[in-house]
Design a protein around this ligand. Sequence first.
Ligand code: G3H
Ligand code: 13P
Ligand code: ZN
Length: 319
Amino acid sequence: PLVTTTEMFKKAYDGGYAIGAFNVNNMEIVQGITEAAKEVNAPLILQVSKGARAYANHTYLMKLVEAAVIETGLPICLHLDHGDSFETCKSCIDGGFTSVMIDASSKPFAENIEITKKVVEYAHDHGVVVEAELGALAGVEDEVNVSAEASHYTRPEEVEEFVSKTGCDSLAIAIGTSHGAYKFTAAQCTRNEKGELVPPPLRFDILDEVVKRLPGFPIVLHGSSSVPQEFVKMINENGGKMPDAVGIPEEQLRQAARGAVCKINIDSDLRLAMTGTIRKFMAEHPDKFDPREYLKPARAAIQAMVKHKLIDVLGCDGK
Ligand code: G3H
Ligand code: 13P
Ligand code: ZN
């Protein structure tokens, strides 16, 4: 059966690693991620956004993830990513998810507390855990588009009151990440000797302040794709156009995973691996039209990339 993150996070916190939370939208993505986790024996969080539920339908996603549990035998948590309302969270809790995120981070502090508390009460009554968020990531959060000016880092002085009043089980914080493949503008970055963009470092000072106030409490990082340049290059060399796509350097994620960050969210890197591989296949084989022929290497690319992340970035292999 699906598990919650309670035990996963406790072990990850104490063990200095993080659990990968990967977004899933279809069978090949589920298979690529879960086969990688099976190879290295890693616990997993598979997460589904409101958009994913709209695309694939709740039941299909649920059954795909249940199939992965049967096929891998791993502890897998099924999590709602960026729940936008009590109703969306309730629907996932009633529908068998073991974890939900209520993202009311764009609302005023008191309102965020109020709605999060309501979700926590319902979730805990049903054996489900809740992730909440304080602070706003720049960029697009599902349908909520946070402009650069409206975004702000998490205020460490708010975290204790928030967690104690809501009873949430984990907390997503904003320390400089954002969603998507364009996390920083070229103007925010410097360039290395290869001419690649080097983004400004994450605000580990804010994370430290949060941890001081919430010792032992699991912290979540959204927007944690690294935007591997090999896939950006593969896309750009095969008819795509993604100039200056840049993500979070892996060493910084490793550093976060060693500390209080227990859950690291990755979606864009899956999309890049899949799209790059399919673009390359299409360019090289203009005559082919069997979807299995291009979905197979795309799934394999996801598997290889996730395996690397589980071992070298998250450190959750064999846990
Ligand atoms: O938080 C954003 C995730 O990457 C999910 O994206 O809303 O397009 O499914 P989505
Ligand atoms: P990325 O866009 O960096 O993969 O972030 C995904 C995420 O935070 C999903 O909630
Ligand atoms: Zn997110």
